[in-house]
Design a protein around this ligand. Sequence first.
Ligand SMILES: [Zn+2]
Length: 173
Amino acid sequence: MGITNNIGEREAHDELSRENSILFGKLKNTLFRLRRNYASHLVKVLHELRASAICLGYSLNVAHEEGNEFTLNLWSYRKLMDAVELKAQEYGLKAVEVVEHDTSKYCSYHGAGLERYPRGVVSCPSGRRLHSDLNGAPDILKNATNSVVSTVKNPFSFLVNHNLAAPINGCKP
Ligand SMILES: [Zn+2]
C-alpha cells in the first residue's frame, strides 16, 4: 500500500513538473514575443519620426541580470533593452544607455525638488504636476546629450500584445 502510494505520488509529482516546465516554456516564449513586438514597434515609429538615436534610460536600482525571466514586473529589463538595441541596429539607429539616477528627484524644467505623490506622479513647487516618466525622460536626454527640452508634447504611449502594438488614448503617432 505504502509503495503504491509512493509510486502514485512520484508520478503525480513528475506530471506536475512536466506541466510546470511546459507552462514556463510558453510564458518565456510569450515574453520573448512581447519584447520583440515592443522593440519593433518602438523603433519603427522612431524611425518614421526621423530619430537618429535612442536614449534608453536604465535604473541602477533594478535587477538587470539577477533573478529570473520575470524580474521587474514581467519585463526582464536587460532583455528588453537588448531587444530595442538589436532592432535599432536594423534601422541604423544609434542606441545609448543612460543612467536614470535622480531623474525623478528634481523638476526637469525648473530643477526644483519634487514631491512624489501619488505613485507615479511628481509635483513641482511651481504647481506643475506630471507623470514621473514624463519628468524623467527630458533628464535622461539631458544626461546623454546635454540638450535641454523645454516641454514634452504628445508623449507617445502604446500597449503591446502578442500580435501588435496599439497606441493608448489616441497618443501619437
Ligand atoms: Zn518645475
